[in-house]
Write a protein that binds this ligand. Structure first.
Ligand code: SF4
Ligand code: SF4
Length: 272
């Protein structure tokens, strides 16, 4: 949860129920508040209805339902650029008997960080000190960072099923402010599409097409233009599926015929 989201939640918990009330309480711009409200709604921490805004559940920001206890996973697993702390290396400011030795002047990221387990979104199998997995939400993503000592833990159960479930929720909301489910494990990065794992997704985006309820065929875009062509091809595949009941799906990620795709796809599908 970033600082704007935290401020908005605190304002709502303190009784603000309207945009004006939240602006007055936080001093944030309308745009920042709108973004924070959308992210909080997505995470089911806040609802908006005819009565205004209200938080859901207990007051998690001021009184987390859980305590970090013996966990220091975020001071170990996550990157904290403000203190030159790389990913998967215990912060130099951490000491076993004292904890954070610069607690009063720790960076903003450390002050505002609350992982999904601490927020109460995950059961105790996910306690970061035990699972080696730190999950946190940002505005457009569920971020999953995995301890170097158990790099493939996220592929095991019960973790993968939960991540696949979140990923499917995020995908189904695309066009309605969807979110991505991203895993960082050592030097490797993955995008989850349900149970389909996309290794090293590109910055330009990933186009995808459902194969089953939980699996996808995907193509990683090499440029914005490539992404657009991929989306055009996927739209054509969907139209052919609707028209003929099925359509061949190109096997190869590099199999990227130029538009118009219909003749090539129909030839592959033997519908011609
Ligand atoms: S990873 Fe979560 S539970 Fe562990 S110390 Fe950080 S915020 Fe607390
Ligand atoms: S500065 Fe303190 S809170 Fe932040 S990562 Fe280091 S030890 Fe943890």
């Amino acid at each position: 949860m970033d600082q704007a989201m935290l401020s908005v939640v605190r304002a709502v918990e303190a009784g603000a129920t309207t945009m004006k009330g939240v602006i007055d309480a936080t001093g944030l711009s309308r745009l920042k508040i709108e973004r924070a409200l959308n992210a909080l709604e997505k995470q089911k921490l806040l609802v908006r209805d005819g009565q205004g805004f209200r938080g859901t559940g207990p007051t998690r920001t001021t009184q987390p339902a859980r305590e970090c206890g013996s966990c220091n996973a975020c001071c170990d697993i996550l990157e904290v650029a403000a203190v030159d702390k790389p990913v998967n290396q215990l912060c130099g400011h951490w000491q076993a008997d004292t904890g954070c030795t610069i607690y009063e002047r720790r960076p903003q990221m450390c002050r505002s960080f609350v992982c999904a387990w601490l927020q109460g979104h995950l059961d105790d199998d996910w306690f970061p000190a035990k699972s080696g997995i730190v999950v946190h939400f940002s505005q457009d993503a569920v971020n999953v960072t995995v301890d170097d000592h158990c790099r493939d833990r996220w592929r095991e159960e019960p973790y993968l099923s939960k991540l696949a479930e979140w990923s499917l929720n995020g995908i189904s909301r695309i066009g309605n402010r969807g979110y991505a489910t991203l895993v960082v494990s050592g030097a490797d990065r993955f995008l989850l599409l349900g149970r389909t794992v996309v290794p090293e997704p590109t910055l330009f985006g990933t186009a995808f097409l459902p194969l089953t309820a939980e699996t996808f065929r995907f193509w990683r875009a090499k440029s914005p233009e490539h992404l657009q062509r991929l989306h055009e091809r996927i739209a054509e595949i969907e139209r052919i599926r609707q028209e003929f009941g099925s359509c061949a799906i190109p096997e190869n990620e590099d199999d990227d015929p130029q538009a118009p795709y219909r003749p090539a796809l129909l030839r592959q599908s033997n519908h011609a």
